[in-house]
Design a protein around this ligand. Sequence first.
Ligand code: 5AD
Ligand code: SF4
Length: 466
Amino acid sequence: MREPVFINQEEINQSKAAILRLQHALQDKNYRYFIESYGCQMNDHDSEKLAGMLEEAGCHKAAHKEEANLILFNTCCVREHAEKRVFGNIGALKKQKEADPSLCIAVCGCMMQQEAVAKRLYKRFPFVDIIFGTHELHRFPLLLEEALAGKRVFVHSDTDGEIAEGLPALRENPFSTNVIIMYGCDNFCTYCIVPYVRGRERSRNSQDILAEVEGLAKAGYKEITLLGQNVNSYKGDGGKMDFPTLLHRIHEVPGISRIRFMTSHPKDLSPGLIAAMASLPKVCNHIHLPVQSGSDRILQAMNRKYTRMDYLRLVEALRRQVQGIEITTDIIVGFPGEQEEDFLDTIRLVEEVGFSAAYTFMYSPRPGTLAAKMEGQIDEAVKKDRLFRLNQRIAQLLQESNQKYIGQQGEVLIEGCDGRGPEIMAFGKLPCFKMVYFPGDTSLIGQLRQVRITAAQSNSLLGELL
Ligand code: 5AD
Ligand code: SF4
């Protein structure tokens, strides 16, 4: 990993000055914003930063798009489906903009980091006021200022991305939140667009991360999730700080009860990390470890740099050392060249591992990636059929494996309540990431409480409060 480039304080100060000017200009205007966020947790956190800047500028969140003065789309381009939805949803705003020409429409995120797509959007939707890529996030207040002055703004840069420290964030959840520890990805899995739009791997300095976690602990947060495309290759402080050591440091922060992290690449999952998970009680016994495929041939074509056997060995080591660990994963079906036999290898791997959740995707060709040009692209109907069969098998296996929880007791961090059924059910996760529903009310939200499991479904557990 290369040394990260930190955005100089001068540039951050310019953004902060723009926030103050916006505060002045928008005073008494009841300026409301609406952010539509697509994609992964990294993107959600970027949206929290955009909201943080807007709140500092004195704007307020609108309950509905229709009430907003500013609508901001934070896009994702990892799969084609998300891209189509963004184009559709922006197109649908034409009428609202015609009715209120002062409405400001902005589009940012990974999709806008692809220059050709950004230009296409710029041409197709002349009513969009601001377009900017992921690497320009910290400049948003300056761009908004220009748009409010009547300019149409398009910014795109091909830098590898830098690290901006010191921006405000408006965190959606008051007891559990995300902390980004590294940006970008160097792995170039052949199907994936992320390295092209998020740039090279770069890690935040540990003192910046620790200061953020300490601030969150003081603000009452109980659970933090450390985020990065590949947290296992975190190398902060000029390469001196690795991920297991960072976990030890964060573990010392008083007030934080639970530490989670994602995503882990199997090729970088070190014995040191497994040992840290085993020895640090606040580090939850859950790991998200995307396998992508159970076929060695396909794993190689995906450039994943591990074999099915390597993966199974990791699972074995994790299970042996980390008590009660649950493993979740990502799987792609229909990668170019995937034969029925390769697919059956994936099914067999799923049976062997016993994942506690799997996020499954049909392969979606992303322009610019190697796999998009590979021979042997799979028919959509075959992809759909494989996805269906895989999901069915996973649900069956989960229904069976979740039975082991019945009668067990555990601690949940209560996230919310669901009033759709005959009885109000509170819900929250065990440290192992299993979701538990139990009779309870909104007063419990944010608390860590003991529950006993009484029944098991494929996607969640049912329990009672102790
Ligand atoms: N097609 C389908 N799924 C993809 N993913 C990433 N790129 C693609 C693609 N082109 C999936 C991977 C990854 C998750 C975040 O999205 O499984 O782990
Ligand atoms: Fe994409 Fe692979 Fe990097 Fe994950 S590790 S972000 S799948 S290139």
